[in-house]
Design a protein around this ligand. Structure first.
Ligand code: FAD
Length: 495
């Protein structure tokens, strides 16, 4: 298992990352990325420490992180859950795309490798080899599986710019050359590899774009165009505890004729397999089970903050505030219940992978675009102006001219001024900072736009069962029995 230092050193590899109009020479020391690099390094250190119970022996005799497991039983699914939960707790669930997210997708691909078989190209071997490489080298893989927003009225091959979305520009006996752009690689600038594909539906004619591959983050011709950083310009971690450490960055990727060797290609010019790789393997359910476990850790953390904020203001005995905290607790419990039901009512798939039950998994995901904003709204509501009745930075606590006023007036019973300021600054980084706004967008969109998430719930509910239930109920009466009933009643009246 590699440790944090090894991860940091591996990032000094000449990758092409742009931010604020400049090329970044070293992501490990740049202020936009330093915080998240240290955080991911901390996750590696946590996992590498045998005392934390994250390590297991793989089926092929090496040591690997439990987050990458392909579960074959309920017990293994639970072991995987526990490992993911422990890792998410390192960041209170505010790092969405740590090594465990795409790790889950890769485990799912390898878990049903036969889906990738494509004649002599042996893509089924590629998905297994790449998965094992990720486990054995403990690699951090992120992904970009969505085409850039351009014009939804046209299919990929109908657009005037042939490579507005990444596609194959040529192929030879050694591999393929890809060109174009793809969005949106969260964590991409600080990862080892990016998995590139397209989860949005493609159409016949889109074969050039029907590709999946893994690309090293320092590949020649691959460029990461990052959005602005929410970590830079912040006075301290005390002031912005989340922005300064957990801003993963999101990157728009551009491929300038990037060469991909065949062994890193998983799908090639196969429109049907673009869908099936995610949904006819356990990839989408395993990846999204990780996402739900992480979300649950985050929601519990937010609920804890809301409870403490109310406690500090002495408002936690007011019936109206109890009602709000109760609603938050209920929303968090829904996600917990759904996550656990998806696992304890898990399904043994034909290929032998024990995977989360899609009814409960997608049922929770479909609620997320309303549930997360509601939880944030309630925290905002409970906090009032407390999140703004704050000094501009820790410097005000150090300056004797200001610190006296702050410690005298920004107070709560049984808490020091510093404790109060610390808690409310944390609450602001959840509801009000730019980092907070990005997380709002993230929870709404990471699993697809809300209408897509709801369609997953529709397709995976298993309507046959309840339609049969309704049929059975309705089969027990008909108009003949109704007319007999009517006759009976009439007879009684006549008597
Ligand atoms: C913070 C953040 C991080 C992300 N990280 C990643 C990542 O790491 N890797 C990655 O691959 N992707 C990532 N994404 C992208 C994410 O996968 C997409 O946002 C998602 O798939 C939705 O695509 P879109 O943004 O193009 O939205 P659209 O599909 O354009 O949807 C936007 C809105 O348009 C409307 N709309 C569009 N089409 C329809 C339709 N057919 N029917 C009804 N309404 C419609 C809906 O109102 C919808 O909510 C990230 C997104 C965010 C916000």
């Amino acid at each position: 298992m590699r440790d944090g230092k090894q991860y940091i050193n591996s990032l000094k590899d000449g990758r092409t990352v742009y931010i604020d109009g400049k090329k970044v020479s070293d992501v490990t020391s740049h202020p936009a990325f330093r915080g998240i690099v240290d955080t991911i390094a901390g996750m590696y250190d946590f996992s590498a420490n045998p005392g934390n119970g994250m390590i297991r022996e793989t089926e092929w005799g090496t040591k690997g992180n439990k987050i990458y497991m392909i579960p074959t039983s309920l017990e293994e699914l639970i072991q995987r859950h526990e490992a993911i939960e422990k890792l998410a707790a390192q960041t209170a669930g505010f790092v969405g795309r740590g090594p465990d997210h795409v790790g889950g997708f890769l485990a799912g691909f390898a878990g049903n490798k036969s889906k990738f078989a494509d004649g002599a190209r042996h893509f089924e071997r590629n998905v297994v080899d790449f998965y094992r490489k990720v486990v054995d080298q403990d690699l951090y893989v992120t992904y970009a599986i969505v085409p850039p927003q351009t014009d939804k009225t046209k299919a990929a091959h109908e657009k005037s710019n042939r490579f507005s979305q990444v596609g194959v520009s040529s192929e030879n006996s050694r591999g393929i050359v890809v060109k174009g752009a793809q969005m949106l690689a969260t964590g991409g600038a600080v990862s080892d590899y990016v998995f590139v594909s397209c989860i949005h539906p493609l159409k016949p004619g889109d074969e050039d774009y029907a590709i999946s591959f893994a690309v090293p983050s320092n590949a020649k011709g691959l460029k990461f165009h990052c959005r602005r950083s929410y970590a830079t310009g912040k006075p301290s971690t005390f002031d912005y505890p989340l922005s300064t450490r957990f801003d993963e960055s999101d990157a728009f990727l551009v491929f300038d004729d990037v060469f991909i060797p065949w062994e890193d290609v998983f799908v090639f010019r196969n429109v049907a397999l673009m869908h099936d790789q995610f949904f006819e393997t356990p990839a989408h359910v395993l990846g999204n089970n990780q996402a739900q476990i992480r979300l649950l850790v985050k929601l519990k953390f937010i609920l804890g903050i809301a409870r403490k904020v109310a406690g500090m203001n002495g408002s936690d005995r007011i019936p109206g505030v109890i009602e709000k905290l109760g609603e938050m607790a209920s929303l968090v419990s829904i996600i917990e219940g759904m996550t656990l039901s998806s696992e304890y009512r898990g399904i043994m798939r034909p290929e032998g992978v024990f995977s989360p039950n899609p009814r409960f998994l997608y049922g929770a995901i479909a609620l997320q675009s309303e549930l997360y904003p509601r939880v944030l709204h309630l925290l905002r509501d409970i906090s009032g102006a407390g999140v703004l009745q704050l000094p501009s930075s820790f410097e005000d606590l150090l300056n004797p001219e200001t610190s006296g006023d702050l410690s005298r007036y920004i107070v709560s019973p049984n808490h020091t001024s510093e404790e109060r300021i610390k808690l409310f600054k944390l609450a602001w980084d959840i509801v009000g900072s730019e980092f907070a706004g990005r997380h709002y967008q993230y929870e709404m969109f990471y699993a697809g736009a809300p209408f897509i998430a709801k369609s997953y719930a529709f397709w995976n509910y298993g309507f046959e069962e309840i339609e049969d239930f309704v049929e059975d109920f309705m089969s027990k009466y008909d108009f003949r029995s109704s007319s007999k009933q009517a006759e009976g009643k009439a007879g009684k009246k006549g008597n």
